[in-house]
Design a protein. Structure first.
Length: 282
């Protein structure tokens, strides 16, 4: 197996290896896992494997979860189908910078995403290293956010365009989760900046140490959150991947955020993702 680093911040392409072989080989899977923790996101091309093998490989990292809004393959629970089509003109929205399912109490540890069909140009995905983003923050900001916690919401994201009854039912099923703004990576012990497109507000900002008068809380908290979320936008923290059919990305959802670039209409883009259940952030 050859490992080719793709950017200074994160990302490596693996060559000369078949992902399906790691389903049966403990040693090879161990190499995958170690490389994932080192490079944050791994890429492979020309991977010929079945949906069952896709699910089996991802399940070696942990149990898989379905998504309450995106549809899953009926024969392979845990394999979410992210299909975009020119036949769905009202479903062209893609996403913002985010880490998957941070609106859950225990967000995903990671994911294995396979390209089934993509446009000849466009539809790339970008990732940002949020451990590096935290490391590069000014010390004054690190001190300011050390004890902050924030809410993450499926209602305010996936539910926003739903009729109110359906949106409220979604929130009742998945209440907003509260996580530390700086979480500790459960495997590496690194500190990770943990706010993204699902984050709505801080829950413990309004304290005497931060707020002189009540009016301070409004612009102060909102401006700080916007600043923190914007760290994922910095190119020095990013890697960008151009998809081809049967290419694969495996990423550490704890330490990264990602963004699917919506520049390919009116083309098809069909992706299948196995999301791996993670732990409660601390």
């Amino acid at each position: 197996m050859q490992v080719r680093q793709l950017s200074c911040a994160l990302g490596a392409e693996l060559q000369g290896v078949d992902l399906a072989d790691a389903v049966r080989s403990d040693d090879l899977f161990g190499e995958f896992r170690a490389l994932l923790l080192k490079h944050r996101v791994l890429f492979l091309r020309n991977q010929q494997f079945s949906r069952a093998e896709h699910v089996a490989f991802a399940r070696r990292f942990g149990e898989l979860e379905d998504h309450p809004v995106a549809g899953s393959d009926p024969e392979h629970p845990g394999l979410v189908r992210i299909y975009k089509s020119p036949d769905q003109p009202n479903d062209r929205y893609e996403n913002c910078w985010h880490a998957d399912t941070t609106w859950r109490e225990a967000p995903q540890f990671g994911a294995v995403l396979r390209c089934v069909e993509c446009p000849p140009v466009g539809g790339d995905t970008m990732w940002a290293n949020m451990a590096l983003a935290y490391e590069r923050l000014p010390d004054t900001v690190k001190a300011q956010i050390a004890d902050l916690r924030a809410r993450h919401s499926i209602e305010a994201s996936f539910g926003a365009a739903m009729p109110i009854e359906k949106r409220l039912a979604l929130k009742a099923q998945y209440p907003d989760a509260e996580h530390p703004v700086v979480r500790t990576h459960p495997d590496t012990g690194e500190k990770v900046l943990y706010v993204n497109g699902f984050t709505t507000h801080f829950t413990n900002y309004h304290t005497p140490g931060r707020v002189r008068f009540g009016q301070d809380a409004n612009p102060g908290a909102a401006d700080l959150l916007r600043y923190l979320v914007s760290q994922a936008y910095i190119p020095e923290f990013q890697v960008r991947w151009r998809w081809e059919p049967n290419s694969v990305a495996i990423w550490d959802n704890t330490a990264t955020q990602h963004y699917a670039v919506m520049d390919y209409a009116p083309c098809h883009r069909k992706m299948e993702r196995a999301g791996i259940i993670g732990s409660v952030p601390y």
